[in-house]
Design a protein around this ligand. Structure first.
Ligand SMILES: [Zn+2]
Length: 492
């Protein structure tokens, strides 16, 4: 039985967060503006206008290229990509064809601890198109379309990855890692819902162990990491089955239907020569000065990969925790701020890094997820979480009480101290009070004592459970366990 392996290459478009558009001075804040209020003759594609290159956009793409270990071209140029479509006012898009600004880089992706290097063929600069709104007239039932030109000409950076990806999960992790880099650099929001970050996947399959590439299919219209994963999984299964059934795979563009969980044929795939690329006559070739590239290199912040390494080596975090916490710059800053606040207010602690990671990822992560907010935007400020960690550290509260406290803090924004006080969560550590509860539990459960004397270790755990129940979970569990063993030993 022949086994098939997928070969996947991604193309990712990211809008850049510049103040103005790519080739004119219109503001690029198209999402919050009223329709057609961010327009000028250049981005409306009127005849007789001339484009001007946005220097900030070029700086952003160079930063991205450097972060992806790319070569930065000394000589680059812009080209016209011609195609007719109502959202493209000029009838062409100013893109880059044979001399992209960045080329030949890579991005390391990790799946279940296995690291793979995915090649990057190029990263080039182009412009976004207008937005169409398709409507139906309620009176006549006739369809019509509206066009909003605010997005027309917004800087768009396209990454073309090499077909080095071998699973849907690897594709997803590539996107997660790439978006994280863009967010660290501050060059793009990487927001997939809003369409600021879009991915197309080229998928083909071939018999495992062979080198020749199969016919590839381009999949579009995926607007979340999850849909990219699902669409690729679907395509792998569809193509493998077709080949097994003796069918021929057609080179085409297919669209992902999120609600049905399938891809459907959209059109036969166009070739590069269908676009009739030619050098943009209105823009001179661009020389990228080496001194400028060196300057930009100096400006690069600590990237997710380095930060993850630092969290592992200096804070002793597991690769998983370090990976989770460094996924977005906002979350990494939040966590570091928790540790700082803790050190300032409560002094050094050898366990706070690990405990802080746990509480941030697990409890706060769950609460934030349910409420659809980012952890760093939640009402549990770094100072408040540091306060909670200090109370756990001192034994004032145990894990169960801390969970109750953080859920309340998440709603109210109050400090840990105030929350523990108001809810009466203070843990009982007083050995006198706990000792009484232990004595009562032993008296009430003579069979457990007999079992313990007969060598049944679990009998002491049962008694600890009884004490915890009697104190409604407020007794310090380790004090209880010590006292139970002590009292049992004293019985003859
Ligand atoms: Zn404009």
């Amino acid at each position: 039985m022949t086994e098939y392996e997928p070969v996947i290459g991604l193309e990712v478009h990211a809008q850049l967060r510049t103040q103005s558009k790519m080739y004119c001075t219109c503001p690029a804040d198209y999402q919050t503006a009223d329709p057609n209020t961010r327009v000028c003759p250049v981005c409306m594609g009127l005849p007789g206008t001339l484009p001007v290159i946005n220097r900030e956009a070029i700086k952003s793409i160079i930063m991205t290229g450097l972060a992806l270990h790319c070569e930065i071209a000394e000589q680059t140029k812009f080209d016209r990509k011609n195609y007719p479509y109502p959202d493209l006012r000029k009838g062409y898009q100013i893109s880059q064809f044979d001399l992209p600004i960045c080329h030949d880089g890579y991005l390391e992706v990790s799946v279940d601890g296995d690291r793979t290097r995915v090649g990057i063929e190029r990263v080039h600069m182009e412009e976004d198109v207008a937005k169409l709104f398709h409507r139906v007239d309620p009176g006549t039932g006739e369809g019509y379309s509206l066009v909003d030109l605010n997005r027309s000409g917004v800087p768009l950076m396209e990454l073309v990855g090499r077909p080095d990806i071998r699973s849907a999960e690897e594709a997803r992790q590539f996107l997660v890692a790439y978006r994280s880099i863009l967010q660290y650099l501050g060059v793009s929001t990487g927001n997939m819902d809003e369409g600021s970050f879009r991915c197309d996947a080229n998928v083909s399959v071939r018999p495992k162990g062979t080198i020749t590439l199969g016919t590839k299919v381009e999949v579009k219209n995926m607007n979340s990491f999850r849909s990219v994963y699902r669409a690729i999984e679907f395509e792998i299964a569809r193509q493998s089955k077709a080949i097994k059934d003796g069918e021929r795979i057609v080179q085409e563009t297919r669209g992902w239907m999120e609600d049905k969980g399938i891809t459907v044929s959209l059109r036969s795939k166009e070739e590069a020569n269908d676009y009739r690329y030619f050098p943009e006559p209105d823009l001179p070739p661009l020389t990228v000065e080496r001194a400028w590239v060196a300057q930009i290199q100096e400006l690069l912040p600590e990237l997710p990969e380095e930060r993850r390494g630092r969290f592992e080596s200096t804070l002793g975090l597991s690769p998983y925790d370090a990976g989770q916490l460094t996924g977005s710059p906002g979350l990494a800053a939040y966590y570091e701020s928790v540790l700082e606040r803790h050190a300032d207010a409560h002094g050094a602690s050898s366990t706070v890094a690990k405990a802080g990671a746990n509480w941030t990822i697990t409890e706060l992560g769950r609460l934030s997820n349910e409420a659809h907010v980012e952890i760093e935007d939640s009402l549990v400020t770094p100072t408040n979480l540091a306060g909670l960690l200090a109370l756990i550290d001192k034994g004032t509260i145990g894990t169960a009480q801390a969970k109750t406290a953080i859920a309340s803090m998440f709603e109210t924004g109050k400090t840990a101290e105030a929350t523990v006080e108001t809810l009466g969560l203070t843990q009982i550590t007083d050995t006198g009070a706990i000792g009484e509860a232990v004595d009562e539990a032993i008296e009430a459960n003579p069979q457990a004592v007999v079992d313990y004397k007969a060598g049944k270790e679990t009998a002491s755990k049962f008694l600890v459970g009884q004490v915890m129940k009697a104190t409604r979970g407020k007794a310090n569990p380790s004090v209880v366990a010590d006292l139970v063993v002590e009292r049992l030993a004293a019985l003859e």
